[in-house]
Structure formats: C-alpha cells, structure tokens
Design a protein around this ligand. Structure first.
Ligand code: ZN
Length: 413
C-alpha cells in the first residue's frame, strides 16, 4: 500500500514538474556476456533487467530487458552532481530534473545475437560495457559494435567496467586495448568512463556522459505512427474470467509519430503472412497509464488482440503502424551486400547460391535462401513474409561452425 501511495505521489510530482510520463530516449546496453551490463543497469536504475526465471538460472539475459531512470543534476555542485534522485549525492541539496531515459539491455551471449539485433533498431545511443579484467575486444564486442553501426547509432559511451577488480597497470593496459579497438570503428572518440557496477562506483560520471553524449533525438512527430515491437505479453493471471480478460500487450518504441488510446493500428507482417488491424486499448510506461503518446522511449500498448497469441514474445519484431503507411509484406527481396570492415572481422565471409542466411529486417529475424548473386547484388527467398522499405539497411548473418555470425549488411533495392 505504501508503495502504491509512493507511486501515485511520484506520478503527481512528475505532472507538476511538467515532466513527460514517458521516457525520451532509448539507450542500448551492449557488450560481451561477462561484461557486467545487467549489473550496471541494476546499479544505475535499481532494476534487474533479467528477471525471467530462465535468465536467472543461466545468469544471462535472454530477452531484451527494460529499465527506466530519471536523471537529475545539482545546480550548485561542479563534480559528481548527476544522480537518479532529487537529492544531490554531493551536497545533499535539491537537484533539478533533466529527463527520463530507457535502458534497453541486449543479450550478450553469442547464441542470442538475433535478439540483440532486434533490439538495436530501438537504440538512440548506446553504452558499450567492457570488462576491465578481460581482453578487449571479445567476439560479441565486435558484433555489437557492428550491429549499432548498421542501425545508424551515432552516439556511444564506453563503460570500462569491473575497474575495482584490476590493478592500475592492468586498467591502463585495458584502456589502451579499448582505444586501439575503437580506432578501427566509427566511434574512435567515444568517451571512456571507468565504472565499478558492484560498488556503484562512478555512476554520477556515467550519468553525466549520458546527458552530454546521448541527446534526445529530434523525432518526426508529424509523420504517421510507426512502432517496433520487441516484446509481447499476456498480462492475465491464470483463471481470469473471460469478461475480465485484457488484450495482448505489445512492448517497444514508437520511432515516428503519435499514438492515442482508441486508435486503429495495423500489425505487419502479421500472422500467417497477413497483416491485420487492431485497436489500442491502453498505453503505459513505467510511470503509469497515459492516454496519448509519441515517439521516444519504451512503452507498452494494450490491444484488442487475443492475449494468448501475444504471450511469450510471439510478436517480437512485428511493426505496429498507422493503417496504410507500410507496403504489404513480401517473400523475396534483393539487396546490395556490404561485408563488415575486414579490420574488425578478419575472416572470409563469401556467400554462395542456395546458402541459408539470417536477415534481421527492422526488429525481426528471418531465414533466407540465396537464389542469385550478381556482383554485390543478392536475391533471397524468405521463409516468411516481411515488410521491407527501399533503401532500408538489414543485418546479414552467416552460419560459421554452428554459430550465426553477423557478417555485414544489405541495402534493400
Ligand atoms: Zn550538490
């Protein structure tokens, strides 16, 4: 009860502060499985993003995790003055609210690369977490950097984490490895912040870097609505009476435009290769229910869909759009193939006719069979229908010794 009251007060305070009840931007947490990403999100936000029981058992994030945080800054202090609450950690004075951001915690395990790629489409900026006690780069470090590059993420911060576990010399050696690695990527000037998630060390500096280097994007709010779904749920408890059943819930982010409760939306590619319409019955963010929303951070919409078909992330990768905005889905595509920079991945990744590849289009992975190769142009038949837009960048993975490796990107023709 106390918690509910506290929550209500928070919502009221937020309204009074003219604060949006919606996070403004999505920050991807990327990096190798042992980098301490999830612990770092936990240290910043107080939320464990891998709360799925299977995830706790295996000690890794399987699904895309969410956590929102309010960022504050003390107007008086000059150092360590960024925090996640109203009280300055330095002088204990009153801090000013800056904004709310969502963290998108992408799985770092190599077998979950497709899930990571699905989440990358939502990232407005990213924090690459590197463990100071490991060689840099690890294979997933390279793949995650490639994934955000393909998705056009411009702003990156490096968290050199677990700094408490190494000596000063080791930390400097690791720092140099990070710098050498970044020099081969589009992020050579990315700031490097040493952190110790377990001790909550340097979090103020990390928040400061987020404010400085990952600004809220300028969303195109006047364009028709387009949203990517990265998770979906059945929120009903077992045994709920039919009349009390709530519709399927779709979680993700709106990339452009606005959305209101009562709007009709199209789901594509939909079910059995057919798009369909549904109605928005509710919109919620981590701060509560809202009637209207817009492009920005993570949110969930309750729909008129049968809740069972939305359970267990079955809608991951679907696009939710204003009716008529997108072309119908297709079962074959042609794209110009661009291999990842050879200085990052020094292996031959030639593609051949009839080879099976995985394409991640928007937030949805799909298996394709290569039917034709002419120079850089590749035609592919897809195993289910997908929505594609001309000029869209898609991530291409190839099977290499039983693992799917991100090898490059295609530009849809
Ligand atoms: Zn202060």
């Amino acid at each position: 009860m106390k918690e509910v009251k506290h929550k209500e007060k928070e919502v009221k305070d937020a309204k009074e502060a003219k604060e949006l009840l919606q996070p403004e931007a999505n920050i991807g947490m990327i990096g190798h499985v042992d980098s301490g990403k999830t612990s770092l999100v936990r240290a910043i936000t107080g939320v464990w993003t891998d709360t799925h029981s299977e995830e706790l058992k295996r000690g890794i994030s399987i699904r895309i995790g969410y956590a929102d945080v309010d960022i504050y800054k003390c107007p008086k202090c000059r150092t360590e003055h960024y925090s996640i609450d109203k009280t300055c950690p330095n002088c204990k004075g009153k801090s000013e609210y800056l904004r709310t951001v969502s963290f998108v915690d992408a799985p770092g395990h190599e077998t979950l690369m497709m899930t990571m790629l699905s989440g990358a489409i939502l990232m407005d900026g990213a924090i690459l977490v590197i463990a100071a006690n490991e060689e840099c780069p690890q294979p997933q470090t390279i793949e995650h950097i490639a994934a955000i590059t393909i998705n056009g993420v411009k702003n990156l911060i490096i968290a050199q984490n677990k700094i408490d576990l190494v000596s000063k010399e080791e930390a400097l050696k690791n720092y140099k490895q990070i710098k050498d690695f970044l020099a081969k990527t589009p992020y050579k000037d990315a700031p490097i912040i040493p952190t110790a998630a377990n001790l909550r060390g340097n979090l103020s500096y990390l928040l400061e870097a987020i404010e400085e280097y990952i600004p809220t994007p300028k969303y195109e709010l006047n364009k028709p609505m387009k949203m990517f779904c990265v998770r979906s749920f059945d929120i009903n408890r077992p045994g709920t009476k039919v009349k009390d059943l709530r519709g399927g819930v779709l979680g993700g982010s709106i990339l452009q435009g606005k959305l209101n409760v009562g709007d009709k939306v199209e789901i594509l590619p939909g079910m059995d290769n057919k798009k369909f319409l549904t109605e928005v019955r509710g919109i919620s963010t981590s701060k509560g229910k809202i009637k209207t929303t817009r492009a920005g951070g993570l949110l969930a919409i309750e729909t008129a869909l049968d809740p069972s078909i939305a359970s267990n992330d079955k809608f991951r990768g679907q696009i939710i759009a204003a009716p008529g905005l997108l072309n119908d889905s297709v079962k074959s595509i042609e794209f110009e193939f661009n291999q990842l920079d050879r200085t990052l991945i020094n292996e031959d990744y030639t593609l051949v006719i009839n080879e099976q590849i995985v394409l991640v289009i928007g937030a949805m992975p799909v298996v394709g069979i290569i039917k034709n190769i002419k120079g850089k142009n590749i035609s592919c038949v897809l195993n289910h229908a997908m929505v594609v837009e001309k000029g869209q960048k898609i991530a291409i993975s190839k099977r290499k010794s039983l693992k799917w490796r991100l090898i490059g990107y295609g530009i849809v023709k």
